[in-house]
Design a protein around this ligand. Structure first.
Ligand code: HEC
Ligand code: HEC
Length: 235
């Protein structure tokens, strides 16, 4: 598939799931609006220098691990993640569109070149090997099939059947470098639960990509989130 086709395909799925303009989180929290569709247009490969990224990554290894596999469950794995996704997240931390007491400070010190180099470096590292999933579990059913009656979309539509990334790409291949849709498989249950709550309550909603997930997360209750987190951690 050409990159234009991929872009159109993903944008079409994405726009379907964008919530209505005046969105308010279930708990009444105000949800920030992104500036237009700028970050959906960021679905292009990121150019960077892997070796310069490796050199810059020493400080990151303290939490994300020397090989991009997190040292504790409250930190995400970065190894094998799509370069464009990583770059967009770092830019969002630096601009304040995504905020975290630890990462916002880390990203503030990075130049645009640093962010590109770090993104391609982490994307080049081998991802966590696939685990053994319970497809019949509640989490597996939601991930693969969603729950149409409750408006829950199948996660695999955007994250791929094995959580390795969009289904327009073979599941055993490295992440497409242009993707702003992350690979999920192997992220810890603690990190995924926090991310889903952040999406649902609007804490992580400062970009149009995050707003897609805000719309998805609003269909999930706490039990769904726990089941999905447990499933993703075993992918
Ligand atoms: C002291 C610990 C710590 C250090 C050092 C650190 N990070 Fe992080 N990082 C975190 C935490 C915590 C999160 C999750 C933030 C959240 O929950 O939103 C995170 C998230 C991220 C994400 C988002 C990943 C995703 O899946 O969405 C990226 C990218 C990232 N860090 C890159 C880096 C880079 C590059 C460096 C080095 C310049 C770095 N981090 C240094 C703790 C750290
Ligand atoms: C319509 C497409 C779409 C669907 C369906 C979808 N996602 Fe996402 N998801 C995204 C996008 C885009 C992002 C990146 C958000 C950002 O940039 O902050 C994302 C990010 C995430 C993240 C954050 C990962 C990280 O490293 O921080 C988690 C966790 C997640 N999705 C879980 C799910 C689950 C669970 C489901 C099913 C209930 C699901 N997603 C369904 C598009 C989708």
């Amino acid at each position: 598939m050409s990159s234009l086709h991929r872009f159109l395909h993903l944008s079409a799925i994405a726009i379907l799931w964008l919530p209505a303009p005046s969105t308010t989180a279930a708990d009444g929290a105000k949800v920030r609006r992104p500036a237009a569709w700028a970050d959906l247009r960021q679905q292009v490969p990121v150019a960077g220098d892997v070796r310069a990224g490796q050199a810059r990554s020493t400080v990151c290894a303290a939490c994300h691990g020397p090989q991009g596999l997190a040292i504790a469950p409250n930190f995400p794995n970065l190894a094998g993640q799509a370069a464009t996704y990583l770059y967009v997240q770092l830019k969002s931390f630096r601009s304040g569109q995504r905020s975290d007491p630890i990462m916002s400070g880390q990203a503030a010190a990075l130049s645009d070149a640093d962010m590109r180099n770090l993104a391609v470096y982490y994307a080049s590292l081998p991802a966590k090997p696939p685990g053994r999933v319970e497809a019949a579990s509640r989490g597996g059913q939601l991930f693969l099939g969603g729950d149409p009656a409750r408006g829950i979309p199948p996660c695999q539509a955007c994250h791929g059947p094995t959580g390795h990334g969009p289904r327009t790409y073979p599941s055993d291949a490295p992440q497409p470098p242009w993707s702003t849709f992350p690979r999920l498989h192997g992220l810890s249950a603690i990190y995924v639960t926090k991310a889903l709550h952040d999406f649902r309550n609007g804490a992580r909603s400062g970009t149009s990509n995050a707003l897609i997930m805000h719309g998805v997360a609003q269909t999930l209750d706490d039990a769904d989130m726990q089941a999905l987190s447990n499933y993703i951690a075993t992918q």
